[in-house]
Design a binder for this molecule. Structure first.
Ligand code: FAD
Length: 579
């Protein structure tokens, strides 16, 4: 994709308004419901097969599960234990593709240590598993695993308690900034002609003679309703899949249940280690403790508990935080304290529960079905295999479309920002000198924007004052907050500070000072007047208050009750939009 294509793919209010106008006046081959990684992947797959496609997302790109994952692009060691080698191979192939071709600016290799507690058998068992993992992962994608003695493990991670292990195995997987990646998939889809809009909620399905022929969309900015006509609709609504299904009427062939997983973030200096490590916890799943945001923080999790409360606001509780700290503290010294936690977030796994044998389980992890003519539903799976899921969903839809669709080619479509990234990385010192930035600042920008860094530099040439760090979130430059609104589709301060930047999980005040600092600048890009800037800052502050209050509650239902009680009645959109 050349730079002209890239700039045509800016996501902003003008692009959104034009997309909604076209949705109301044209007929599409495909309409996708849901702007998580699955829905955005479907929009990209469909557009690059030559189909006309529209996508609507009720909140922000990745505001559902796709910004709250463990952020690992991995084969999944636990699938090895369950002998699901096909699934591991498929996931590792996707890992290699994303790392090398599709998104090298966003997907990074990461070294993990698996701590061994038992002598010979555990080393032999895990060692054999990792030989297979390396083999399935393909030659050279990431370095191969290695054995470490206890002393060797302590050299890599002095924070580990010597008595917590007899040694370790190291292996490689990869990490990805999920929220930025999903937004990049959406932008790339737009570069190939998809029409996409956030704050656009499907409130009904259009039907004719028993067929679904489109969706009714409510524009959550203006309140207007738009009838979007399409040959086929794809429900990619994650944990909201069943709610969408209820709008069509009847039950789908599978149901989607939600299971909550929590992650915490602490500053880097709280754990003295040079590699990520895996901790066996009291309950499944194991905990992964890994560096985050260019190694400035540690992120760790996760938990796995049933969630049947408000899907829009999964809450982190005091119980979740205590559980994670207790289990990580079993293996490190000095222990982490509650005050060390600067960020906490919960996500809901969309788990598929099949109802009948007709359910098409395509890779044991995700399911695709057609509950009524004109509609395909896809759910389950994992972030790592989003591209395969997208292809499967478009294959199912294309089979019944009356226009021809080309073969899926997303394995050769680099996301915006990927092309040219390796060369620019090599040239980072020159770029820093040219722009008057520190080399670390250019590295930070390249690892978030890839070769689209040119667009930020263009803004900086016109407005050099935006090269200043953000007050309250100094890891980020002011230009990034501006660009989030002018090019990356952020419509609210929450979108900027939670998903384009990650100030909401990287600062002790959860980004409140940063909200005050960048509010007017974001407002400038979005055309806000003074009272709107104030209202946005207040809304962000209120969201943080609600989250912190929830984190004092012992369990899910008490945390959910706090959220319900303190929800601001003057800002109903808050409930619709915040993560
Ligand atoms: P979502 O991201 O939830 O997207 C669905 C979207 O639909 C939402 O944005 C929602 O707002 C929208 N929507 C719903 N209803 C409507 C409507 N009426 N109108 C318009 N829009 C609507 N996978 C990995 O590969 N690696 C990991 O390390 C990993 N860790 C995880 C850790 C946790 C704690 C969790 C919860 C998941 C993890 N996963 C991981 C799984 C992965 O995150 C999910 O499989 C993936 O993000 C699901 O994406 P999705 O697009 O299907 O759903």
């Amino acid at each position: 994709m050349d730079s002209a294509g890239a700039s045509r793919a800016a996501l902003n209010p003008a692009q959104r308004a034009e997309a909604l106008r076209r949705m109301g006046s044209e007929r599409f081959d495909l309409v996708v419901v849901g702007g998580g990684v699955t829905g955005c992947g479907i929009a990209l797959d469909a557009a690059t097969r030559g189909l006309s496609v529209a996508l609507v997302e009720m909140r922000d790109y990745a505001s559902g599960t796709s910004s709250r994952s463990g952020k690992l692009i991995h084969g999944g060691l636990r699938y090895m234990e369950h002998m699901q080698f096909g699934l591991v191979r498929e996931s590792l192939a996707e890992r290699a593709l994303m790392l090398r071709r599709l998104a090298p600016h966003l997907v990074k290799p990461m070294r993990f240590m698996y701590l061994l507690e038992h002598r010979a058998w555990e080393r032999a068992y895990l060692g054999a598993g990792l030989v297979l993992y390396d083999t399935l992962g393909g030659a050279g994608a990431v370095p191969r695993h290695r054995h470490l003695s206890r002393r060797g493990a302590l050299r890599v991670a002095p924070a580990l308690r010597p008595e917590a292990m007899i040694g370790a195995l190291t292996f490689y997987d990869t990490q990805c900034d999920d929220a930025r990646h999903t937004m990049a998939v959406a932008r790339t889809a737009v570069a190939y002609g998809a029409q996409v809009a956030t704050a656009a909620k499907v409130v009904g399905f259009r039907r004719r003679d028993g067929r679904v022929t489109g969706v009714d969309v409510r524009d959550l900015v203006t309140g207007k309703e738009i009838a979007v006509e399409a040959s086929h609709v794809v429900n990619a609504a994650g944990v909201w899949t069943d709610q969408l299904q209820e709008l069509v009427g009847g039950r789908g062939k599978f149901q989607v249940r939600a299971s909550k997983g929590v992650h915490l973030v602490v500053p880097r200096d709280r754990i003295n280690a040079d590699a990520a490590f895996v901790v066996r916890a009291e309950r499944e799943p194991q905990l992964f403790v890994r560096p985050w945001n260019d190694g400035r923080f540690w992120m760790f999790g996760t938990t796995d508990t049933k969630w049947d409360l408000d899907l829009d606001h999964p809450a982190v509780t005091a119980g979740d935080i205590d559980y994670l700290l207790r289990n990580v503290n079993r293996v490190i010294d000095p222990p982490l304290r509650r005050e060390d936690v600067v960020g906490a977030f919960a996500g809901l796994r969309p788990l598929v529960a099949g109802e009948t044998d007709e359910t098409s389980r395509l890779s044991r992890e995700h399911a695709v079905e057609s509950p009524v003519p004109g509609l395909t539903a896809i759910a389950g799976g994992k972030y790592t295999t989003y591209r395969v899921m997208a292809k499967d969903a478009v294959d199912a839809a294309a089979a019944v479309l009356d226009v021809p669709a080309g073969a899926s080619c997303t394995d050769r479509i680099a996301l915006l920002g990927a092309d040219g990234y390796p060369a620019l990385w090599n040239q980072r010192r020159r770029l820093a000198a040219e722009m008057g930035l520190q080399v670390e600042q250019v590295e930070h920008l390249l690892n978030r924007h890839g070769s689209l860094i040119d667009e930020l530099f263009d803004i900086l040439r016109a407005r050099p004052e935006l090269a200043e760090p953000i007050d309250g979130a100094p890891d980020y430059l002011r230009v990034e907050a501006y660009y989030a609104a002018s090019h990356e589709g952020a419509l609210h301060l929450d979108d900027v500070l939670t998903r384009r930047l990650h100030a909401s999980i990287e600062t002790p005040d959860r980004g409140v000072r940063a909200a005050v600092s960048v509010g007017p600048l974001v407002g400038e890009a979005l055309g806000w007047d003074g009272p709107t800037v104030e209202a946005e800052i207040e809304r962000y502050r209120r969201r943080v208050e609600v989250e912190l209050a929830s984190q004092e509650q012992p369990d899910d239902s008490s945390a959910d009750a706090v959220r319900q009680r303190v929800r601001d009645p003057r800002a109903p959109a808050l409930a619709d939009r915040t993560g």
